[in-house]
Unconditional design. Structure first.
Length: 324
């Protein structure tokens, strides 16, 4: 969450309410941990009870991991809250699943980080600069969407990225448009050759949760303005989560205003999920060009998926990305 915040020797925390995007100080509670979190470098880091760390209040509505968020009056200094994501998202916990056990734990909120001038530091202070009068270079868009979290969207995105580079698209811009920010996903796209990679942190938010929140049109337009104004041979966009949550429908509407016919790659866990998602995307005006994911893992389920959805289906798992 804090990868854009530069290090400083003059920072201190002040006892003030912590709101979404504020850089805040926490101490892992005695009954928690050890927990595995993400350092700003992207590597896994273990926190032990009593350790101090920096994070930010935020919202998360994951059907797989946790549901939680920031109270309307912010985090209160001295009170205990929950680590909601490996990347340092903290807030009230409404529900959790066993999948979150590696990072889900309690931490005491100490205060918000202030600079030498006493101003509370937020991630909005370090966003990318989008030109006011930006030219759209009309790069083609390849859109990755899925039926659920952890279904293989990033894996499919990396394989598509590799194919684009192999086909001569020398400069590819990648955007993780929705979901909870994570450095490891940014680094994966960079490792596979993306020229630049953006996510919601670059535009001042730690996540795009909760659903139907205000201001998302403006946020998504800034994302698209930034990507389309950057000279590139292609823009690869991954939407985190599924196609009905995390404000994905809002993003897709904003995208269609700029690109009426992007190449749509659907990643689905099974044939029925692919069928339902294909139908919904067609209603949104986004016919699917290719289906991949676990619904194509064997010839039998691949054929079933293709027959049900009437769209090409191909496995894009590692080792399959060079297929024509």
């Amino acid at each position: 969450m804090l990868r854009r915040v530069p290090p400083s020797s003059t920072l201190r925390y002040v006892r003030a309410p912590g709101f979404e995007g504020h850089v805040c100080a926490f101490r892992l509670a005695a009954g928690s941990g050890p927990l595995v979190v993400e350092a700003v470098s992207g590597r896994a880091m273990t926190l032990l009870p009593g350790d101090f760390f920096l994070g930010t209040p935020g919202h998360r509505e994951s059907p797989r991991w946790v549901v939680g968020g920031v109270p309307s009056r912010g985090l209160v200094p001295g009170r205990t809250y929950w680590l909601l994501a490996q990347s340092g998202l903290v807030g009230d916990l409404l529900a959790g699943t066993p999948h979150a056990k590696t990072f889900l734990g309690q931490a005491k909120y100490l205060g918000a980080i202030a600079g030498g001038d006493g101003q509370i530091i937020t991630i909005k202070h370090f966003t990318v600069t989008t030109p006011r009068r930006q030219a759209d270079h009309q790069a083609p868009v390849f859109l990755i969407v899925g039926t659920s979290p952890e279904v293989g969207k990033t894996t499919a995105g990396l394989m598509v990225l590799r194919m684009l580079l192999n086909e001569g698209h020398a400069t590819v811009i990648a955007l993780k448009a929705t979901g909870t920010a994570a450095v490891n996903e940014i680094m994966a796209y960079r490792d596979f050759g993306a020229a630049q990679v953006f996510d919601c942190v670059d535009f001042g938010l730690p996540s795009t949760h909760p659903a139907r929140r205000a201001g998302m049109n403006r946020l998504f337009d800034r994302m698209l303005d930034t990507c389309f104004s950057t000279p590139a041979d292609a823009v690869l966009i991954e939407c985190g989560g599924d196609i009905v949550g995390l404000n994905v429908p809002t993003f897709l509407r904003r995208l269609r205003r700029r690109r009426s016919r992007p190449k749509v790659i659907l990643v689905a866990g099974d044939a029925l999920g692919a069928f339902g998602a294909t139908w919904m995307l067609r209603k949104m005006g986004l016919p699917v060009d290719l289906i991949t994911g676990p619904c194509t893992d064997t010839p039998a389920v691949q054929q079933r998926t293709q027959s049900l959805c009437r769209s090409p289906a191909m496995n894009l798992g590692p080792g399959e990305g060079t297929r024509s």
